[in-house]
Design a binder for this molecule. Structure first.
Ligand SMILES: [Zn+2]
Length: 340
């Protein structure tokens, strides 16, 4: 009996270890692997920048855009492979373009063969082969796309336009380039809770619920109730995409982060004066103050209790779709509490 008890407690101890310590450890190992990859990526971009005179943040912007959309249906066949996951960059050039539309062989091959088939893939690491799994080859090819017309900002935009031919993509890449340029670093991780933790506030999970006010649209966000004038802060690294009056949202501001997520802050009392469309922010930066503006012509307020409506939207490459910010808010709140 004593023996039994001991083995049960050992099993309990073991499952406790598995449930608590092991996941923490593996999460940590993953984080440092990701960080190493980021450092390698930055080194590669710096190197390519020296060779091509294309600023590093253009490579970073294209790479991050491709990373953000790596889950798209048309890309999935490649981005789910082990070879792709081993890479340090996320740029994927469709194989038809890479090896040539009439080329039946879609695996690494001599550069001369690829050129024969009018493929745009180029050898970057000097092994004579064009390989769509090779980061140097891919980034070298992207460099030739970007600098097709020259390396002034407008030349590079034309080069990118020739390749992507999509306004939405161009906007995302331009935004990302501006963010990376501003911070001059590639590691822009981390978040902040949208109101200071010392403020009086309350919120609960109401995403998808019908609205108390504002008609029949589902509630695309979380309402954080707080007093008029409580500071509203950016939750991420990003760029101001929209700022101004919106009939429903009142004084509202929208920030696009490096992952392509749009953060929407509505019903503000006012904006931080220095912010304009295109301004760059980091987590915790003041962007405005809690208010009760909205549901009428510009300046209308007081139709409901003061609160911050906070929404998150994911860009899937075609449209923005709303998802529930509540679990993220809880996480950021917890992380911030721990840091203090
Ligand atoms: Zn709301």
């Amino acid at each position: 009996m004593v023996y039994m008890k001991k083995s049960i407690s050992l099993i309990l101890l073991y499952s406790f270890l598995c449930l608590t310590i092991l996941p923490t450890w593996s999460a940590h190992a993953n984080t440092s692997m990701v960080e190493n990859k980021m450092e390698d990526r930055k080194q590669l971009f710096d190197h390519m920048s020296t060779v091509t005179h294309i600023p590093w943040y253009y490579f970073a912007a294209v790479d991050q855009y491709e990373r953000n959309t790596s889950n798209q249906k048309k890309k999935r066949e490649i981005t789910q492979t082990e070879e792709y996951k081993k890479r340090i960059t996320a740029i994927h050039i469709p194989l038809q373009a890479w090896y040539g539309a009439m080329n039946l062989m879609q695996t690494k091959q001599s550069e001369s063969n690829v050129m024969l088939f009018n493929g745009i893939g180029r050898d970057g690491d000097g092994d004579g082969l064009v390989d769509h799994h090779n980061d140097m080859d891919v980034v070298t090819t992207m460099a030739s796309i970007i600098s097709k017309h020259g390396t002034s900002d407008s030349d590079m935009m034309r080069g990118l336009w020739d390749y992507y031919q999509n306004d939405r993509i161009m906007k995302r890449i331009t935004q990302l380039a501006a963010i990376y340029r501003h911070f001059d670093m590639i590691q822009l991780e981390g978040n902040a809770f949208p109101v200071p933790l010392h403020a009086n506030y309350s919120y609960r999970s109401t995403w998808g619920a019908s609205r108390g006010w504002g008609g029949r649209r589902i509630h695309e966000g979380t309402d954080i109730f707080a007093n008029h004038g409580v500071t509203v802060r950016s939750t991420s690294y990003g760029i101001v995409e929209e700022k101004g009056w919106n009939r429903f949202g009142g004084w509202r501001i929208g920030i696009r982060d490096v992952k392509g997520i749009y953060h929407y802050f509505a019903h503000l009392n006012g904006f931080e004066k220095s912010l304009e469309e295109g301004s760059i922010v980091k987590p915790g930066d003041t962007i405005g103050w809690v208010g009760s503006s909205g549901y009428g012509k510009p300046g209308t307020q007081g139709k409901f209790p003061p609160h911050l409506h906070y929404g998150m939207y994911k860009d899937n490459g075609y449209i923005d779709w709303s998802f529930d910010p509540y679990p993220y808010l809880r996480k950021w709140e917890r992380q911030e509490r721990k840091r203090r």
